[in-house]
Structure formats: C-alpha cells, structure tokens
Ligand binder design. Structure first.
Ligand SMILES: Nc1ncnc2c1ncn2[C@@H]1O[C@H](COP(=O)(O)OP(=O)(O)OP(=O)(O)O)[C@@H](O)[C@H]1O
Length: 471
C-alpha cells in the first residue's frame, strides 16, 4: 500500500484530507509541522508527502530537502502563484491551490505516484534529458483520464494521441466544464515532456496588474513592490508544458509578450533587457470565440494564428447524449468509493432526467449533480429530486450571474453530523460565510486561490447565495 504523509496545521483540512486519501486506499500519516513530521516518521519510507506551504516553524518546502527522494506536493492557499513557482524551483513535484476539489487532489496524487513509479522503473542513467525523453507509449491514454465513447469524443482522443507527442501548440476550444483542462493534462502526459512540469494558469484568475510578472517574471525594482527578482510561470514550465486556460482574458501587453515567447522561444522578464531561451510546449484553452475577438481587436490576430496551429474542439455534453449515462455511472462509482457506499444507483426516472437535461454547465454540472445527490440520498438510491436539476434548463450556455435564482438554496449536508470531520467543501463554505461581509468577490476568490468564476460556480453548487452589496 502506498504511504502518504500529510503535513498541515489546520485540523479541518488535515482530517478531511486524511479521510479522502484513506478512502482512496492509501496508508496515511499526518503531522502539524515539519518538526513533528520528521520526529514521528521515517521520511525515507514514504511514497509521497503532501504539505502546506506555511506551517508553524519551518516552511513546508523544507521537506523537499529533508526527504530528497520522496515527491513533495505543496498546497498553497494564496492567490499568487509565486509561492508555487518558488516551490517548483526548490524541487516540489507539483502544487495545488487550496481549497481543492477532492477529484483534483486524487488526480494529482495518482499522477505523481504514477510518474514516480515510472521513474523508479528507469535505470539511473536513463534520467530524462530533452533528447532522451521517455517514449509516449508508456504514458497514460486520454481514455484513462477522460470518459467518452461517443464518436465526437473518440475523435478528440484520436487527435490528442496524434498531436501529443509533437511540439505543436494546441488550442482547445469548448464551453465551460467540457473537460478542456483534462484534455490539456492528457496532451502533456502523452508527450515526451511528461516527466517535466505541467504548469496550469487560469488567465482569468490572476489580477490584470499581476499577470505579466506572474507569467514572465520580473527583475528587482521593475515596478513598485518588486523588491527582488522573480521567476515567472513560463520559466517554471521550462522543459514541460504550459496550459493557459481562459487565454481570451489575457490583457493586450501580456498577449504581445506571449507572442514573442512563441515566435522566438525566449522570455524576457518584466524590467529586463536580457532574454532567456525557454523550451515550453504551449497549450491554450478558451470558451470564447477567439476568432471573433480578433475582429473586434480584443485578441491579437497574430497570436491567434500562432496558438491555433492545431485546434481541438471539445463538444458540449448536450451533443454527447450517448455518454451521459456512462459519465454518470463513473461519477457515481467514484463518489461511492469516496464516501464509502459502493452500491449507489440511479432510479429509472433519475436516468431519464439526466438524459433529458440540457447540461448548460456540461460535465462539471453532471459531476456536481451526482456528487450532491449521492451525499443526500437515502438507501443508496438517487432519485430525480436529489439531482435537483433545473427543468427549465435551456440551450443557454452562459448563465448571467444576475439571472440565477439563489433565493432557494440547495440543502446542504449538516457538518454537525460528522463532528469535526468537515469536508473541504465545508471549509470553503465556512470561509465564504465568515468573510463575505467584509470582502468583495474578487478578494474572496483571491484568498481562496480560485477564479471568480469558480467561486460563483461553487456558490451555486453549495447554495450560498451571493450578497448583492458585495458584487
Ligand atoms: N470526459 C470526461 N470524463 C470524466 N470527467 C470529466 C470529463 N470531462 C470533464 N470531466 C470533469 O468535469 C470537470 C470539469 O472539467 P475541466 O475542468 O477539464 O473543464 P474545463 O472545460 O477546463 O472547464 P472551465 O472552462 O470551466 O475551466 C472536472 O472535474 C473533470 O474532471
């Protein structure tokens, strides 16, 4: 059994994470500080350490040095990705922003352990270099990451398999929640760059004023507050892939800089006159019509053509009717494993409801509906009422925030029932309820390390109506 050590001083997160990983079949130990981790565990006997960045005493990144042969996954709750870049530079294998989804955490853990065992299998002299990259044959298949049996998804998988091993820049188009990020992960994992980092950046989540220095880095004194030089995320992805989600939100100056990186393969930090060569495979995604944006001048046409070398379009779920039940069953099974109920099932009416729904929020909406219903169901059977889908759901893909009726919030699981064993969603909920009176939506999202869009989606999902005064 794989052994994982969690180092986290916040009891709520620690116990929720311990529960999640134990349910997923891992042997889990935990500690509240680096000292405790070191004193109570043989760090050499671990398969993975998941640690918070900020801990009482030494920072979590010290574990990278203390356990040099063990992969370290850093959790960070800060909106800025800088701490993550620094962690990656110190040798952390991956970072994850808190609060994270259960699935996101489990996917990262599986991914890291898989990569570690591939590395173990390779002889020491086979350490990867750019020239001696691993064969994509032993990398995972898109179909292992994503479910899709309908023809349109099979086409997507074929395209991913073909384009992944190349250096081609890929533009993934699709509505929100269709699986663009999963597709980007599959492209990276199937590529010769798989042993190097995949850095994912949501361009909509970083404040406009920070985006250039986050992406490209900056020199000391480049602007007020730049007290020391910083590496950017593009540099951090050197050797690997950079996934730029919501690329349509990139401001004009950053678009110009990105174009230079794509044209010349080099990066110039903000405030620097020197350029540096970088080897980064770009994958961009958007739910917007970039071509139309070039006509209105919102998006550079030259950048559009550079990015759009190969386009993968992920169809909306309403165009993949044949996959709805397969996805639903997959989510039910996974959710059942997580909450310890292996035989969750749908009533025939629930199945019909799923098939009739228009899914404006796509696969994410389906995943959320199943997750919510399986928590609330009695006798392990999911009924249409528990799915709580809007019967009026129209073809509209983007629901304007003001039009969403939040006056009748969905019932929530009672945290008291589980004693102190609060889930990460409860943590999210507490944080929002406690701080929403004094913080704007942007500040809340920044503190939570998620985009405003994610914050809004989670509010809808958890039934925490947004207060008008804060909008
Ligand atoms: N084909 C699929 N099989 C299994 N899970 C999927 C599939 N497509 C999407 N998902 C799940 O749905 C959720 C949304 O997917 P993802 O984040 O990749 O979508 P997205 O298109 O990048 O969304 P956004 O544009 O809002 O960022 C994730 O939890 C993902 O795991």
């Amino acid at each position: 059994m794989r052994r994982i050590l969690i180092v986290e001083d916040e009891e709520i997160i620690r116990s929720a994470l311990r529960k999640l990983l134990t349910h997923a079949g891992y042997e889990v130990a935990d500690a509240g500080s680096v000292d405790e981790a070191r004193n109570q565990n043989d760090l050499k006997r671990l398969d993975l350490i998941i640690t918070d960045l900020r801990l009482p005493g030494q920072p979590g990144t010290d574990l990278i040095r203390l356990a040099p042969d063990t992969p370290v996954l850093i959790m960070t709750s800060y909106a800025s990705l800088r701490s993550a870049v620094d962690s990656m530079k110190m040798g952390a294998v991956e970072y994850i922003a808190k609060p994270f989804d259960h699935d996101e955490m489990l996917a990262s853990v599986e991914d890291i352990l898989e990569r570690a065992s591939q590395r173990e299998a390779a002889a020491p002299e086979d350490e990867p270099t750019q020239e001696q990259a691993p064969s994509p044959d032993n990398a995972s298949d898109p179909a292992n990451l994503m479910f899709g049996q309908c023809q349109s998804m099979q086409r997507v998988f074929r395209l991913i398999r073909k384009v992944a091993p190349t250096e081609t820049t890929v533009l993934i188009q699709g509505e929100s929640g269709t699986g663009k990020e999963l597709a980007a992960r599959a492209l990276h994992q199937l590529s010769p760059r798989a042993r190097y980092p995949l850095i994912s950046v949501n361009c909509a989540a970083i404040p406009e004023s920070l985006i250039e220095s986050e992406l490209f880095g900056h020199e000391k004194g480049a602007f007020t507050g730049a007290v020391s030089a910083r590496t950017g995320l593009i540099e951090a992805a050197d050797g690997g892939s950079l996934f730029l989600d919501e690329i349509g939100e990139l401001p004009a100056e950053a678009q110009a800089r990105l174009l230079r990186v794509l044209q010349e393969g080099e990066i110039r930090r903000v405030g620097s006159t020197q350029s540096k060569k970088v080897s980064v495979r770009m994958i961009a995604a958007t739910h917007r019509n970039l071509k139309a944006m070039t006509r209105t001048g919102e998006f550079r046409e030259d950048l559009y053509y550079r990015l759009n070398v190969m386009q993968i379009r992920i169809p909306p779920l309403r165009e993949r009717n044949g996959d709805i039940m397969g996805l639903a069953k997959r989510f039910l099974r996974r959710q059942g494993e997580q909450i310890g109920i292996p035989d969750l099932s749908l009533t025939p009416e629930a199945m019909r409801t799923l098939e009739r729904h228009r899914w404006p929020g796509n696969v994410r909406e389906l995943e959320n509906a199943i997750e919510r219903a399986s928590i609330l169901c009695d006798d392990n059977i999911v009924t249409p009422e528990l799915l709580d889908l809007d019967p009026e759901s129209s073809d509209d893909v983007h629901i304007p925030e003001g039009l969403v009726d939040t006056s009748n919030p969905a019932p929530r699981p009672d945290p008291q029932q589980n004693g102190n064993d609060l889930s990460l969603e409860d943590y999210f909920q507490h944080f929002v309820l406690e701080n929403q009176d004094r913080m704007s939506e942007t500040e809340l999202a920044q503190k939570l390390g998620i985009s405003r869009k994610s914050l809004w989606e989670r509010r809808q999902r958890l039934g925490i109506p947004r207060k008008k005064a804060n909008s």
